[in-house]
Design a protein around this ligand. Structure first.
Ligand SMILES: NC(=O)c1ccc[n+]([C@@H]2O[C@H](COP(=O)([O-])OP(=O)(O)OC[C@H]3O[C@@H](n4cnc5c(N)ncnc54)[C@H](O)[C@@H]3O)[C@@H](O)[C@H]2O)c1
Ligand SMILES: O=C(O)C[C@H](O)C(=O)O
Length: 337
């Protein structure tokens, strides 16, 4: 019996993500919570003829939505409008994430917490530091969802190389994305040397990296003020959540990767090795992870050995910016003490 709670379930991401979770064979109870409309969304989904039970919870029912949850997914918060950075969302979303994570610690203390709300580079530190203050931080249980960057990296590389020869599905084993989730902190890594050698033209390589790093802006601009990526994000969030759920059911260590997660490095096996290979003491970073019973138990550091010179440079740029975002999240929690 696995209960998944979605916090922010009636939003642009929350609704399609909940639909996909309703289709997952790993979910037995789906609890949808939002400040508005969640009971309606849940009633709609509850008519779908898959086995899971689906129930909606209104504003004052957060405790009931969370009780007994094994996995809590958080897409609650405001999205960007054209001209805004993800960091501009911090003021509102940091408080939302801190409150929802505190409630999760109280009502679902052993749940894995999957943070989608932006800016992920700061909201994950907010979540972890909040849990630390409550004496309830279990490092392998908090994961920032950066899967959309991976989905984009596959699609855009396939497009750059010519989709006829390099199909999007095939890219899954050739590319990962590390670092963080905003602009230059997003670092796509082409792990297959043969595929990388096809991007011979530097202009083509730079255009590819730029498109992955700023793919979110493309959608924000195209939606003309009506929000940011929701459908591709729902798919990405589902892919990640379903891996976590599959791992809960598998009851043995999964393969390392292929999906990265933005995590607190010092708390998991391989974290110190990764810091040392990258020459940094940054505490939060996205890299491929290994799961056991739904928790991150190990972060992969092997990919660092095969980095190209361009990728090394991109990581250096990433680390400077990422550190500022992480410190902002930590300061937010400390200022509330
Ligand atoms: N991690 C990623 O890759 C990624 C990708 C896309 C969007 N996002 C982020 O996800 C967030 C949600 O985006 P969206 O397009 O779904 O926005 P949205 O405005 O459509 O939906 C957000 C929902 O959160 C709800 N909400 C707000 N405060 C809440 C609270 N305290 N408790 C419960 N629910 C609450 C709102 O009522 C709304 O239904 C944004 O911060 C966005 O930037 C992240
Ligand atoms: O761009 C955004 O603000 C939303 C999301 O982080 C994305 O990458 O699409």
């Amino acid at each position: 019996m696995t209960k998944v709670t979605v916090l922010g379930a009636a939003g642009g991401i929350g609704q399609p993500l909940s639909l996909l979770l309703k289709m997952s064979p790993y979910v037995s109870t789906l609890a949808l919570y939002d400040l508005r409309l969640a009971p309606g969304v849940a009633r709609d989904l509850s008519h779908i003829n898959t086995n899971s039970k689906c129930r909606g919870y209104g504003k004052d029912e957060l405790a009931d939505a969370l009780k007994g949850a094994n996995v809590v997914v958080i897409p609650a918060g405001v999205p960007r409008k054209p001209g805004m950075t993800r960091d501009d969302l911090f003021k509102i979303n940091a408080g939302i994430v801190a409150n929802l994570v505190s409630a999760t610690a109280k009502y679902a203390p052993s749940a894995r917490i999957l943070v989608i709300s932006n800016p992920v580079n700061s909201t994950v530190p907010v979540a972890c530091e909040t849990l630390k203050n409550l004496g309830q931080f279990k490092p392998g249980k908090v994961m920032g969802v950066t899967t959309l960057d991976v989905v984009r990296a596959h699609t855009f590389l396939s497009d750059a190389l010519g989709a006829d020869h390099y199909g999007r599905e095939a890219m899954k084993s050739h590319v990962t994305v590390v670092g963080g989730h905003s602009g230059t902190t997003i670092v796509p890594i082409v792990t297959n040397a043969k595929v990388r050698s096809k991007l011979t033209n530097k202009r083509q390589y730079d255009a590819y990296i730029h498109r992955v790093q700023f793919g979110g802006d493309e959608v924000v601009e195209a939606k003309q003020g009506a929000g940011s990526a929701t459908l591709s994000m729902a798919l990405a969030g589902f892919q990640f959540a379903n891996e976590v759920l599959r791992s809960i059911h598998l009851e043995k260590r999964g393969e390392p990767g292929p999906l990265p997660a933005f995590i607190y490095l010092p708390g998991v096996e391989g974290g110190k090795e990764l810091q040392s290979k990258l020459g940094t003491n940054i505490e939060y970073f996205a890299a491929p992870v290994q799961l056991l019973r739904g928790d991150v138990v190990r972060v992969d550091a092997d990919w660092v050995d095969g980095l190209s010179d361009e990728e090394k440079k991109a990581i250096k740029v990433c680390l400077d910016e990422l550190d500022k975002n992480v410190q902002k999240g930590k300061r937010f929690v400390q200022s509330k003490l």
